[in-house]
Design a binder for this molecule. Structure first.
Ligand code: AMP
Ligand code: ZN
Length: 463
């Protein structure tokens, strides 16, 4: 059997994956800044983390996943200037700018984010540390960098001196010569344009530190939390491609220079962007589509997951409501086909080995989910026994996570209830809401709750 091949942004090649500890994988994922609801672009990058985890678990690795929650810090542009994102959130809500309020508002959006993860079948990472709980870890790293001569202090904070690290910028992507193209703006006090803040002073707000009150820079937070939960070196680090050139190069610099251990991370994996209307989906460009917006339009969150599975994580993905509609129909077709196959299921099925091998090969080829999906489709089209196809699809769905088993289980209900649910779909289509409510109550009398999944899929849960 071949081993896992992963594209490593560090070497810019596909490499054989060799973990630091046999059969174990340690991973860190840059998590959300919880100053608002996350958008479906952010969620694409968190789904990628889940695709990687599920693939390794399918291959019998024991995975440890860390995804941080950025709830405080100097959360501004790559150039260390501009308005702090958490401050913006407080201003938006008309609240007083205090540390307590910052942490409080962050907890609201953290809960919303975790809810999105659940809805998208993203397995909960083993550790989800918050930046505000790890300020001491950040201070320890900055102190160690200071002792080793990597820092200098200017009027607004403590900075990392990139000239002191000969191989700074290993991940590439920095364009420091051209100020107009560079995302890093000039700060006349900085020694080099690439130097970045480790600690930013703030007279009014923040934490005490050996250098004065203030906030950690946002890059140091990831170094602090990764080191605490995974040690000085670990296997895989992921994030969106937009974080590679500045945030991740800076994380490498801080971690490797403070610990003296290199490489900090063996495999760097970057997910391409979700685009909308020809540009990267982001709050600032007005395309702020959340999972809530997706549900409001009548889609199931897993329709979006199914859509994301169809594009390789290293390819940009264009979002339109039409492609989501197509994904909704595609998922519905798979679920309904399996439902009809499972109704023919007389015996216990067995996994179809030929398809399982092909599926594994696609997964091992840099997590090629679009191709793995085509194996599912080929398997469904094949002439094999219904029960074997169902068992094989359920196995594949351990990786895809599009809710196959849950859907089939939801039909293990009395026929009368299914009939009522079908009538309810008709009532809803006719916008006969009183009849739809009556049917919901009738279903409830049998001990089931009905959940509408889009316009014509439903599932049940026991009351
Ligand atoms: P942020 O909260 O802005 O730090 O972003 C959290 C994660 O979402 C990071 O890994 C980003 O790279 C990723 N991200 C942001 N925008 C997009 C997008 N349009 N498509 C895919 N990933 C994104
Ligand atoms: Zn990060």
């Amino acid at each position: 059997m071949t081993s896992m091949q992963l594209y490593n942004s560090l070497s810019k090649t596909k490499e054989n994956f060799v973990s630091r500890t046999m059969n174990k994988v340690s991973m860190y994922h840059c998590g959300p800044t919880v100053y608002d609801h996350v958008h479906i672009g952010n969620l694409r990058s968190f789904m990628m983390a889940d695709f990687i985890r599920r693939s390794f678990e399918y291959l019998d690795y024991k995975v440890t996943q860390v995804m941080n929650i950025t709830d405080v810090g100097h959360l501004v542009s790559d150039g260390d200037d501009g308005d702090d994102k958490m401050t913006k959130a407080l201003k938006r809500g008309g609240r007083e700018i205090t540390l307590e309020n910052m942490i409080d508002i962050a907890s609201i959006y953290e809960a919303s984010f975790k809810n999105d993860l659940d809805k998208l079948n993203i397995l909960t990472p083993h550790h989800m540390p918050k930046a505000s709980d790890h300020i001491m870890e950040d201070i320890a790293i900055i102190s160690s960098l200071e002792e080793k001569g990597f820092t200098y202090v200017i009027s607004d904070g403590v900075y990392f001196d990139t000239d002191k690290m000969p191989d700074y910028g290993k991940l590439g992507g920095l364009n420091l010569d051209d100020e107009t193209e560079s995302r890093i703006k000039k700060n006349n006090e900085k020694k080099n344009p690439a130097d970045f803040a480790l600690w930013k002073f703030d007279e009014k707000l923040g934490w005490d530190s050996p250098w004065g009150q203030g906030f950690p820079g946002w890059h140091i937070e990831c170094s602090g939390m990764a080191q605490k939960y995974l040690g000085n070196q670990f296997d895989i680090h992921t994030g969106g491609a937009d974080l590679k050139s500045v945030h991740h190069n800076n994380e490498i610099a801080q971690s490797e220079c403070s610990t003296g251990c290199s490489p900090y991370v063996k495999y760097w994996m970057h997910g391409e962007m979700l685009n909308f209307g020809g540009a990267k989906l982001s709050k600032s460009t007005g395309g702020n589509i959340t999972l809530g917006s997706v549900e409001e339009k009548g889609f199931h969150p897993l329709d979006y997951r199914y859509l994301a599975l169809q594009t390789h994580y290293r390819s940009p993905m264009n979002f339109t409501w039409e492609v989501l509609e197509a994904a909704h129909n595609g998922r519905k077709k798979i679920l309904n086909e399996l439902l009809s196959l499972s109704q023919k299921n007389q015996h216990q099925g067995v996994v179809l080995g030929e398809y399982e091998n092909q599926f594994k090969e696609r997964i091992q080829d840099d997590i090629n989910f679009p191709q793995a999906l085509s194996i599912l489709h080929n398997m469904l089209k094949s002439e094999n026994k219904a029960e074997d196809k169902v068992v094989t699809a359920i196995l594949f769905d351990e990786v895809f996570g599009i809710g196959i088993e849950e859907y089939l289980k939801s039909f293990a209900v009395p026929n009368e209830v299914v009939e009522l649910a079908k009538k309810r779909i008709i009532a809803r289509k006719e916008k006969n809401w009183s009849e739809a409510d009556r049917l919901r109550d009738a279903i409830a009398e049998y001990g089931f709750d009905i959940k509408d999944e889009g316009t014509d899929i439903f599932s049940f849960s026991k009351k």
